[in-house]
Write a protein that binds this ligand. Structure first.
Ligand SMILES: NC(=O)c1ccc[n+]([C@@H]2O[C@H](COP(=O)([O-])OP(=O)(O)OC[C@H]3O[C@@H](n4cnc5c(N)ncnc54)[C@H](OP(=O)(O)O)[C@@H]3O)[C@@H](O)[C@H]2O)c1
Length: 309
């Protein structure tokens, strides 16, 4: 168990995941959190990261800083995705080792499993097949981070663990239509269509693919639970274990935003993988279950969006 007074560094605390981890730690009564903005500490700067760890000597580290983006961003900037993610994780993991950090949690992602992994996806499917080409640069960097944590454990006995979250959403999500993921993009599209009295909203594909969504506050609780209890090299999936069709997701968001028009499906646009669902039996056996239903999570995320427009 992490002591309430332990020194905890959350990297990427202004992001979707990092901000939720800070909320979860504060809620659990942790009193010695510290964070740095990118201007205060650029995690791409090896010397600065090493100095920061040597001076501040954090005991626990949540590594939630990364270069993250949707399909378009991954396709357009693959060099930035592989370079920045490798450098950030190399800097933080090595500095954590050098400064004697007690435990570190690294964030992988469900999108780095093989493109054609059997469903639901078990942890052991990592590295068993070809990656999705549109985000292979990002995936290779993230896989390197996981192997790096496992290697430091093997060589130095470092207690560095890695988790594999499914699609996340919640406060501090990215609502920019150019770069956002499907759920926040739909919230914005339906909200704007309601305001402009647009009679219909057209969405990509047939609406039949099935996807899993986890509220980021559940993810943060899961990360804290694993930081308190899990000390193994193997990755752990974090999801709900439940999926829905994109059509059902759209209907729910339509209802929550109060949009009264119709939904059209542009079937000329690609659907992507028919199903993507994590097998969360390991997470459940480790004593964690998500709490926030998709509808409740969408309601609170929409409320957050309205407050932060
Ligand atoms: N979002 C999802 O659905 C999802 C799903 C599975 C896994 N994950 C994983 O969760 C982690 C966090 O993702 P997220 O969605 O929270 O991303 P995010 O909202 O974009 O947050 C990333 C954070 O990293 C910080 N950062 C990036 N480069 C930095 C640098 N050079 N120096 C200092 N800080 C830097 C950003 O700082 P600024 O605020 O200055 O930009 C931001 O606060 C990632 O490892 C991702 O793979 C996310």
């Amino acid at each position: 168990m992490i002591k309430k007074t332990a020194k905890i560094y959350v990297a990427g605390h202004r992001g979707l995941v990092g901000s939720a981890i800070v909320r979860a730690l504060e809620k659990a009564g942790h009193t010695h959190l510290f964070t740095r903005t990118r201007t205060e500490l650029d995690l791409l700067d090896t010397k600065a990261v090493s100095n920061f760890f040597a001076t501040e000597k954090p005991e626990y580290v949540f590594l939630a800083a990364a270069k993250v983006g949707g399909i378009m961003a991954n396709k357009t900037y693959p060099a930035d995705f592989i370079h920045q993610n490798l450098v950030i994780q190399n800097n933080v993991i090595e500095a954590a080792h050098q400064s004697g950090v007690t435990k570190l949690l690294f964030l992988g992602s469900s999108c780095i499993y093989p493109k054609l992994a059997p469903q639901p996806i078990k942890e052991e499917y990592l590295l068993t097949g070809t990656l999705e080409p549109s985000n292979d640069a990002y995936a290779i960097a993230k896989i390197a981070g996981i192997i790096m944590c496992q290697s430091y454990r093997r060589q130095y006995g470092s207690n560095f663990i890695s988790v594999m979250p499914t699609n996340l959403y919640g406060p501090n999500d990215n609502f920019d239509l150019e770069t956002s993921h499907v759920l926040p993009a739909m919230i914005r599209r339906f909200h704007e269509a309601k305001l402009t009295l647009t009679p219909s909203v057209t969405l990509w594909g047939s609406g039949t693919p099935m996807r899993e969504f986890l509220h980021v506050d559940d993810l943060a609780e899961a990360c804290l639970h694993l930081m308190n209890t899990y000390n193994d090299a193997e990755i752990v999936n974090i999801g709900t274990g439940e999926d829905c069709t994109i059509k059902e997701l759209a209907e729910t968001i339509k209802e929550v935003t109060g949009y009264t028009g119709t939904i059209e499906w542009n079937t000329e646009k690609p659907d992507g993988t028919p199903r993507k669902l994590l097998d969360v039996s390991k997470l459940h056996s480790l004593g964690f279950q998500h709490k926030i239903s998709l509808k409740e999570g969408i309601k609170s995320t929409y409320a957050w969006y309205l407050n932060h427009l």
